[in-house]
Design a protein around this ligand. Structure first.
Ligand SMILES: *Cc1c(COP(=O)(O)O)cnc(C)c1O
Length: 379
């Protein structure tokens, strides 16, 4: 018998209360029970996004929310600026290009965070830019970008700031109203502790003005129509009812924990993981790590994929390797959502044994000890 541990950067383990709620008989999505539920979910999402505005809910993976953000804010010929520092930043560019836009790019070395000054310079060089597309946690490299500073820069221009926060919503602070972030995109299968299948878009007043003028084609991901439906506690089309039911549970759990405690928990798990990894003599892939996951450079002579494979086969632990140009070079341990101390202890313990099996020299317990030392500290 082997216990299985899902420690990949999404999907993540599902909250038990959400699993139970999903097992109940399905609700009719045009009935009073569902409408009351959606009312509670709308409030919970505003709490999580830290916004007074409506947070739109779509039945799709997170990328649907990203596509929605592009097609609802821009028009043919509009100038856009895309920050590319990994797989998900690239995705913003791919979506823009799929709709015929020709964005300018800020290309950042994978593993590094964008310098906010670069964004300021790009906006100053082209005042016609209508939207800046950024990523909060770039999951492919484990970097947390400085959205607060970037928002301060973009706020002073006519452009809107659109942020892919799919990996960091509920992990790291991103108060959209206070920082002035215009569109925040989230997804259900990361820190929200429910299965894949829902995308969320928080939209600022500044962005709504652009939504009203936007002329790119859209049908399913129509922000204006969806907001109108939500205001009546309805969805425009049949929603993933079971996931919305699960979402209510996860939002209640998040509210009960409180945002400050929620962010502190993730920060603590991330610090413990990084300490453990360093104690084993391994190198972190980035100097600006996200609290959502830890990206680690595979030691010389060991292919990252071999670590991933052996962790799963020998210890029942699922983590992720590198994507695209980082394939074989890094591996990624996630510690977000329904994750606590025991998860990072188990993960580091199994990582030690795995590395030994693959010929890396270390003393058993060195990593776990460093993890424990961080966890033993107050706070
Ligand atoms: C998971 C993730 C996505 C969404 O991917 P989907 O497969 O469409 O849900 C987008 N951006 C980031 C940063 C992610 O981590």
């Amino acid at each position: 018998m082997k216990k299985r541990h899902l420690l990949a950067p999404g999907p993540t383990p599902v909250l038990p209360e959400a699993l139970l709620a999903m097992a109940r008989p399905i609700l009719y999505h045009r009935g009073p029970e569902y409408e009351a539920l959606l009312g509670r979910v709308r409030e919970g999402l505003q709490f999580l996004f830290q916004t007074k505005n409506e947070v739109l809910v779509f039945t799709s993976s997170g990328t649907g929310g990203m596509e929605g953000a592009v097609v609802n804010t821009l028009s043919p010929g509009d100038r856009a600026l895309v920050i590319r520092s990994g797989k998900f930043g690239e995705r913003w560019g791919e979506i823009c290009e799929a709709y015929g836009l020709q964005p300018s790019y800020i290309d950042v070395d994978w593993g590094r965070a964008v310098e906010p000054d670069t964004v300021a310079a790009a906006l100053a060089a082209d005042p016609s830019i209508k939207a800046v597309f950024a990523t909060h946690t770039e999951s492919s490299t484990g970097v947390l970008h400085d959205i607060e500073t970037i928002a301060r820069i973009v706020k002073k221009t006519p452009a809107i700031l659109v942020v892919d926060a799919i990996m960091s919503l509920g992990v790291a602070n991103l108060p959209m109203d206070a920082w002035g972030v215009d569109v925040v995109v989230g997804g259900s299968q990361k820190a929200l502790m429910i299965p894949p299948g829902l995308a969320f878009c928080g939209v600022s007043d500044k962005a709504w003005v652009m939504v009203q003028r936007s002329r790119l084609p859209k049908f399913y991901f129509n922000f204006t129509a969806e907001r109108k439906s939500l205001e009546k506690n309805q969805n425009s089309f049949t929603p993933a009812v079971s996931l919305v039911v699960a979402l209510e549970q996860s939002l209640a759990a998040i509210k009960a924990e409180g945002l400050t405690a929620l962010f502190a928990r993730h920060d603590r798990l991330a610090r413990a993981t990084r300490a453990g990894v360093r104690a084993l003599g391994l190198e972190l892939f980035t100097e600006r790590p996200t609290p959502a996951l830890t990206a680690i450079t595979a030691p010389p002579g060991i292919e990252a994929g071999a670590i991933v494979k052996r962790l799963r086969a020998a210890h029942g632990i699922t983590i992720s390797g590198g994507q695209a140009q980082l394939k074989g070079k890094i591996f990624r341990l996630a510690h977000l959502g329904y994750a606590d101390e025991s998860d990072v202890v188990v993960c580091l313990a199994a990582l030690e044994r795995t590395l030994i099996d693959l010929g890396y020299s270390l003393k058993l317990g060195e990593g776990v000890r460093a993890v424990q030392e961080v966890l033993a500290q107050a706070g």
